[in-house]
Design a protein around this ligand. Structure first.
Ligand code: AMP
Ligand code: ZN
Length: 466
């Protein structure tokens, strides 16, 4: 079935056909590793994971590159402020390389807990200084770069068109700009491709322009070209990358080789928290660990992400995430019930569910619709292993680790039940073994008063919070 993807470049949803045979070459802008990634960042990586999985589900093979930004990302995307890595290093009294190592490890720990597939190639900016320098030199040789006292800048007026991705009107923005434009720049939207390092900058390299370091946008241009060639299939990021980072990546590639590097540009919309922007001053910048502390599993957050299409804003609340935690447990329990069931379900019904699921995911990753199909299948009256098999198949795209449903449910029981409740449960088990129904009921009431409902089912005893 045909995959359709929305392309920010053409502002259209169109049929996806890889440039080379069955292989999809894809590049994703990765994290800047100066602090813990927050749940907003992970919404974007969940979107990329779903894209990967959907393409694999459709039989494509992937060559996917993600970068790790460990140098050159200044506080503002428009070349203002300090290098985020150096600032964090000073604050934590550490070497920027130590900072990068620590937060890269933390990032992948969270990625693993979300069951996000690893890209085939993970490329660290500081490992590619040589490639970036060559790229910058080419831009300058081709007449697109010029030197100022601060570094090497890209001259956007040399391009046939700028911007190409965003709708922003450069002239209007210049007129309304609040920040003072660097007088050495030829055009206000010119940006740094190479930055001359101030005395105290730790990360710096020799270059024709003295000790310096690459601008943030350059790493993605140089590394995508190294691993994927001048033109590849898909480039992803968050919507905040559209007006500056991706616009400038495109400018750089056009300056170096005259081509827009990717055919399709896909952008994940932002996660909001309590209806607004996440910000340190509001104290609402949550990490995956913060959610876990409140009893919300990383995979429940992943399921929460599927409640909205990736191109629409999603509002995070703890109530919403808790509802997804409950839904995930319901999904796991139903999966297990279907697995243990022995009722008959027609193959045509399963095929129909499969078809509808595939139609939803192939339609530019319509995950809310895909989940609707999954819930319908889950709620089938008849408990059949065929449904369990169907759910396992859908899970290739959902990445919720349903195969281990039982283990997660058990782990929760172990973590969440206080000692006192466990003792009461043990006493009740003994009472039932002794056929002392009166004591068993008494203990059930006591457990209820303490906030737990015990049910005796065919499969055994279950415990729920009131
Ligand atoms: P950074 O580490 O700041 O470069 O960001 C990593 C990724 O997270 C980028 O693709 C951003 O576009 C994305 N991102 C940042 N904030 C949010 C948010 N609130 N919601 C969704 N994605 C975000
Ligand atoms: Zn990038």
């Amino acid at each position: 079935m045909q995959v359709k993807l929305y392309n920010t470049l053409t502002k259209q949803k169109s049929d996806f056909v890889p440039l080379q045979g069955n292989e999809v070459r894809m590049y994703s802008c990765g994290p800047t590793v100066y602090s813990y990634a927050h749940i907003g960042n992970f919404r974007t990586y969940v979107f990329v994971d779903t894209l990967r999985r959907m393409l694999e589900y459709n039989g494509y093979t992937l060559k996917h590159v993600m970068n790790i930004t460990d140098v050159g990302h200044l506080e503002s995307d428009a070349d203002e402020g300090e290098d985020k890595m150096e600032k964090a290093a000073r604050k934590e009294n550490k070497d920027p390389y130590e900072i990068a190592k620590f937060y890269t490890e933390a990032f992948f720990k969270d990625m693993d807990s979300l069951h996000i597939e690893r890209p085939e190639i993970i490329a660290k900016a500081t490992d590619h200084i040589g490639e970036m320098l060559e790229f910058a030199k080419k831009i300058v040789e081709n007449g697109y770069g010029y030197e100022t006292s601060k570094g090497i800048y890209f001259d956007i007026s040399k391009l046939d068109k700028y911007p190409v991705l965003s709708n922003r009107n450069v002239e209007e923005q210049i007129a309304g700009a609040r920040v003072e434009v660097d007088p050495e720049k030829r055009n206000p939207y010119d940006f740094a491709i190479w930055i001359k390092a101030p005395e105290n900058h730790i990360m710096k390299w020799d270059s024709p322009w003295g000790l310096s370091y690459p601008g943030w946008h350059l790493e993605c241009s140089a590394m995508s070209q190294k691993y994927l060639g001048e033109v590849f299939d898909i480039h992803t990021g968050g919507v905040d990358h559209i007006p500056t980072h991706h616009e400038n990546e495109i400018a750089q590639s056009k300056g170096a080789c005259g081509k827009i590097p990717a055919k399709i540009w896909m952008h994940g919309e932002f996660l909001l928290v309590d209806g607004g922007k996440m910000s340190k001053s509001l104290g609402n910048v949550y990490t995956i660990t913060n959610l876990q502390e409140k009893g919300i599993e990383p995979l429940a957050y992943k399921l929460f992400c599927y409640t909205a299409h990736y191109r629409t804003k999603l509002n995070f609340t703890f109530e919403g995430a808790m509802a997804s935690q409950k839904a995930l447990n319901r999904l796991r329990e139903s999966f297990l019930k279907h697995q243990a069931g022995n009722e008959e379900i027609e193959d045509s019904k399963i095929a129909e569910y499969k078809e509808r699921f595939l139609t939803a995911i192939n339609d530019d990753l319509n995950m809310p619709l895909a989940m609707g199909v999954v819930w319908e299948a889950v709620r089938e009256e008849k408990k059949s292993p065929k449904i369990a098999e169907l759910l396992r198949d859908c899970d290739k795209v959902l990445g919720l680790d349903l195969a281990n449903a039982e283990r997660y449910l058990q782990a929760q029981t172990q973590i969440e039940i206080p000692e006192e409740i466990l003792e009461l449960l043990e006493k009740r088990k003994k009472a039932r073994e002794d056929k002392n129904w009166e004591l068993s009921d008494q203990l059930r009431d006591e457990l209820r008063e303490k906030g737990y409902i015990v049910k005796d089912t065919k499969e055994g005893m279950t415990l729920e919070k009131v």
